[in-house]
Every structure is written in structure tokens, then in C-alpha cells.
Design a protein around this ligand. Structure first.
Ligand code: 5GP
Ligand code: ZN
Length: 111
């Protein structure tokens, strides 16, 4: 996926403010934060979105959520929202699966 921004972040071609990395997942701060703490967590493997999760790749989702728990605790954030947008109308702009983790202060209401 040579044109994918997040694949380029995984490869190091595009720099990021990295928080956590292991062989399967990566967490880094969002370039345009929408909360006092706003990081993204992604699988290193290119999956374009939630609608491409199936029995062949779904194990990564539990690993992502285990990592969210660990990274949030490391950052001292105990109240946070996890969001993922699937599809253009939902606001997805980067078509590499990612979960937004927003916290560090009051977030306001959302559906
Ligand atoms: P989406 O709109 O697809 O749900 O979320 C994409 C997110 O990626 C946005 O919040 C946007 O600010 C972030 N983003 C886009 N390009 C980059 C980048 O090059 N570096 C980082 N750190 N975040 C990015
Ligand atoms: Zn990608």
C-alpha cells in the first residue's frame, strides 16, 4: 500500500510522534488533536477499515484493545473515548484501520 499514509508511518517514511510499537501494532499522537490527549492506534498490517475485518485478521483487534489499555495507563489517562470511523460519510479520511483514543479532559457528548 505505497500511497497509504499510515503504512508510510509504519515504515518510517513519514515521521510520527510514536508512543508504542511492537511487531503488530503501533500507537502515535494524532497530528491534529481533538482532545488534550489524542492518539491513534493501528495495525501494522494494512487493513482499509472496519469493513475489512474478518476471521482471517480479527485477532489484531484484541491486540489493539489490549494496547489501548496499556498505553492509556502509561499516559495516566483513565477516562477516554475510543472511536473508529468507517467510510467517507462517517468521516474516515485515512483508509488504514485506526482507532482514535481521546481523553485528558471533558469530551462532551457524542452518539
Ligand atoms: P479519520 O478521519 O480517518 O477517522 O482519522 C484520520 C486521522 O489521522 C485524523 O485525525 C488526522 O488528523 C490523522 N492524520 C492524518 N495524517 C496524519 C499524519 O501524517 N500523521 C499523524 N500523526 N496523524 C495523521
Ligand atoms: Zn496502510
Amino acid at each position: 500500500m505505497s500511497e497509504c499514509v499510515f503504512c508510510k508511518i509504519v515504515s518510517g517514511e513519514i515521521p510520527s510522534n510514536k508512543i508504542y510499537e511492537d511487531e503488530k501494532v503501533m500507537a502515535f499522537y494524532d497530528i491534529a488533536p481533538k482532545a488534550p490527549v489524542h492518539f491513534l492506534i493501528i495495525p501494522k498490517q494494512h487493513i482499509s477499515g472496519v469493513d475489512r475485518i474478518d476471521g482471517t485478521n480479527s485477532k489484531i483487534i484484541s491486540e489493539i484493545f489490549e494496547t489501548i489499555t496499556k498505553v492509556a495507563a502509561d499516559l495516566g489517562v483513565d477516562s477516554y473515548r475510543v472511536v473508529t470511523n468507517n467510510g467517507t460519510q462517517a468521516g474516515q479520511t485515512v483508509f488504514h484501520l485506526h482507532f482514535h483514543v481521546l481523553g485528558g479532559g471533558p469530551l462532551g457528548d457524542m452518539a
